[in-house]
Ligand binder design. Structure first.
Ligand SMILES: [Zn+2]
Length: 269
């Protein structure tokens, strides 16, 4: 799947989940909290592909998401890729093939998802304000890059960086400060998980069962068979899948925000 589909799926899942919680569990969120959760989940849904590095020294290559903050994020991707490859070799069994890069390994596993979700929550709890503003900055950048890829490409990484900084600061200034921010860690974790599911419907698949050894393989790639797998960049992805995700996201957003808007104008429904 391409970047925009990943980001869109993160946003759609967060909005639909929030709508379901609002409807069936009486769990309500302010519009700002909703916007933050949606942006962070969209960004989180791109985070696992930060294991696809390019040539940092020549400022080339890398996944779209690795280019969000120019060479800075390319460098992070380079490090993530090397760590992933290291973990691959450290845990590989006799039937696991040799690899020369770490893409779609460690960052595409459930333990990684849990670690990132827990780590984000722990950072927010320990460092409060500064952790929240940094994480928001990073995730909003990824979300902007993913959701508006063509615009981001034209605008360049400096504009994306400045916009995410502004959005993070605005959010922070308006977010109530009297509690922890468990929602941010949850949104990052859910986003990573949605990314893995998105890659699972492609042919290459993901090692979602890691670290469960199967037939002397630790890194069994689970994906759809050739005939029904989603082809990257195909019409099924860019039109059908993105269309469905957009409709879901919009419906959920309307369902969440409409009642409070109507209430403000004293309209009873
Ligand atoms: Zn991926």
């Amino acid at each position: 799947m391409m970047g925009p589909s990943h980001a869109l799926s993160g946003a759609a899942v967060w909005l639909t989940g929030s709508w379901a919680l609002d409807q069936f569990a009486d769990y309500h969120q302010t519009p700002l909290a909703l916007a933050v959760g949606t942006a962070v989940c969209a960004g989180g849904a791109l985070f696992p592909d930060l294991d696809l590095s390019g040539k940092v020294t020549r400022n080339q290559g890398g996944a779209t998401v690795a280019r969000t903050f120019g060479v800075f994020s390319l460098f992070i991707a380079e490090v993530m890729e090397k760590i992933s490859l290291g973990v691959y070799y450290a845990t590989k069994l006799s039937k696991d093939p040799r690899r020369n890069n770490g893409h779609r390994t460690l960052t595409h596993t459930i333990p990684f998802t849990l670690l990132v979700g827990w780590g984000t929550t722990a950072l927010c709890a320990a460092y409060g304000k500064w952790a929240v503003v940094s994480i928001l900055f990073f995730m909003i950048g990824l979300a902007l890059r993913g959701l508006f890829d063509e615009w981001a490409e034209r605008a360049g990484w400096v504009v994306v960086t400045l916009l995410s900084a502004a959005a993070a600061w605005f959010t922070f200034a308006n977010l109530p400060g009297d509690r922890g921010y468990p929602l941010i860690g949850t949104a990052v974790g859910v986003g990573c998980f949605v990314h893995i599911l998105g890659d699972m419907i492609t042919k290459a698949g993901v090692p979602i069962l890691w670290p469960i050894p199967i037939k002397r393989r630790m890194w069994t790639m689970i994906g759809l068979p050739n005939g029904i797998a989603l082809r990257t960049g195909s019409k099924a992805e860019t039109i059908v899948l993105r269309g469905v995700l957009t409709v879901l996201a919009v419906l959920a957003a309307v369902g969440l925000v409409a009642p409070s808007v109507l209430q403000r104008f004293n309209i009873d429904v």
